[in-house]
Design a protein around this ligand. Structure first.
Ligand code: GAL
Length: 420
């Protein structure tokens, strides 16, 4: 065969050759450059804008474990409305664990939830949750099994995401038990993130890998929420020391959280047996100053009036949901066991939320100096648990704070700060 070179190529052949070359280059550009960026844009659009502020909701694990069913979840949804929680901002009802017994997939792999727990099917339960103006969350795992050995999503990510979308689900929590060998956590969560995007249904993606593999480094790009810690308690039993551990560990990397991607120290242990009301109030304050997701973890149906009032404190919720989305930082640590945490808030004159936290077992007097907050001059102060304006205070603020308790203040510097 005669070799075709530029020098001897007839004009028509040369034009055709050039056209081919352009087509091939075009194809290559499409495959190598355009398609991946389209795919990325699709992936991003799947979950990207779903959590401009930390998401709020309820999940069953910390109070009920697997001891729940369709009727109980409906009762929780009802209570979210009648307690005022929905109107205070709680949106998601997350059904965790023990959903699809292991092996309950049909030939094509489709999930079949436990018929005893869900006698009307999950779509009917989801429709009920939606009819209350709430959103529905579901739980799965990166492995073939969940922690309680129910069906996980490994190698079924596409189908499961499509199934969840068809059920009307709005949030997917993916746990980290039975992690398959040969994959990083990031690779495993990428699979579900991409599968969610391909469903075309906006579903918030909650990565529950307990902070493993330095989750704060990659999870903000993959999901809307990532767990930064081990579990905060066991079903039906809260522990003060574990709450502190989770708060402290989350705070180490909370600054990697922000708009649409939030670091999660686990559910709120408010109204869960094992801690007092005062401690519950502290938990709520510590989670709010951290810009943490607010997942109520208690049994809403039987909650006390006090628990309800803690969970619906709108002034604290406003701190958590502040549009700046900037998690608080530790500004002062006393050797006595006192801490002062502060978080900048949106608004005129640079307001701050301040948590004064007594970690010790005895009441003590604490003083904040405005200078510690970078305020030089007077400041207007409001107590967010007492719902009380304390007026314009010069220099700082002092109070007796009971053991394990907090004072939460909104502090607005006087705009006429002296020049320094
Ligand atoms: C843990 C997870 C908990 C709960 C539990 C269910 O891994 O951190 O929040 O979901 O699994 O088995």
């Amino acid at each position: 065969m005669r070799q075709v070179t530029g020098r001897v190529m007839p004009r028509r052949v040369r034009q055709c050759f050039q056209q081919r070359a352009w087509q091939t280059a075009g194809l290559l550009i499409t495959v190598l450059v355009v398609l991946p960026s389209v795919a990325r844009a699709q992936v991003d659009s799947g979950t990207a804008m779903l959590a401009p502020t930390p998401p709020m909701g309820w999940a069953n694990w910390n109070s009920l474990g697997c001891d729940y069913d369709d009727g109980k979840i409906r009762a929780i949804a009802d209570k979210m409305v009648s307690s005022g929680m929905r109107d205070a901002g709680y949106q998601y009802v997350i059904i965790q664990e023990c959903i699809v017994p292991f092996g309950h997939r049909d030939k094509d792999g489709t999930l079949h939830p436990d018929p005893a727990k869900f006698p009307h099917g999950i779509p009917a339960l989801v429709a009920y949750i939606h009819s209350k103006g709430l959103k529905a969350g579901i739980y799965t795992d990166v492995g073939t099994k969940t922690c309680a050995k129910y069906e996980g999503s490994f190698q079924h990510e596409e189908l499961d995401a499509r199934t969840f979308a068809a059920w009307g689900i709005d949030l997917i929590e993916e746990d980290f038990c039975f992690k398959p060998d040969g994959f990083t956590a990031e690779q495993l969560y990428d699979r579900m993130r991409d599968a969610i995007a391909r469903t075309g249904r906006p579903m918030l993606f909650y990565i529950c890998n307990w902070g493993h593999e330095r989750a704060w480094m990659w999870a903000p790009k993959v999901g809307n929420v990532w767990r930064s810690t081990q579990d905060v308690g066991e079903p039906g039993r809260a522990e003060w020391n574990r709450i502190l551990r989770n708060f402290d560990q989350n705070a180490l990397h909370a600054s990697s959280g922000g708009r649409n991607h939030w670091s999660d120290p686990d559910m709120l242990e408010v109204g869960v047996p094992g801690i007092s009301d005062v401690e519950g109030q502290s938990v709520f304050s510590l989670w709010a100053i951290s810009a943490a997701p607010l997942w109520a973890g208690n049994d809403l149906v039987s909650m006390s009036a006090k628990t309800q009032s803690i969970l619906t404190n709108r002034e604290l919720i406003a701190v958590d949901q502040d549009p700046l989305g900037e998690p608080g930082t530790l500004v002062l640590q006393e050797e006595t066991g006192f801490q002062i945490w502060a978080r900048p808030l949106a608004g005129k004159d640079s307001p701050q939320a301040v948590v004064v936290f007594n970690r010790t077992a005895a009441q003590a007097k604490v003083t904040i100096r405005w200078e510690d907050l970078g305020i030089y001059g007077d400041a207007e102060v409001r107590d967010l648990w007492a719902h009380l304006d304390l007026g314009v205070l010069p220099g700082g603020y002092s109070s007796n704070v009971p053991a394990h308790s907090v004072v939460v203040l909104r502090v607005v510097p006087d705009p006429r700060q002296p020049s320094r």
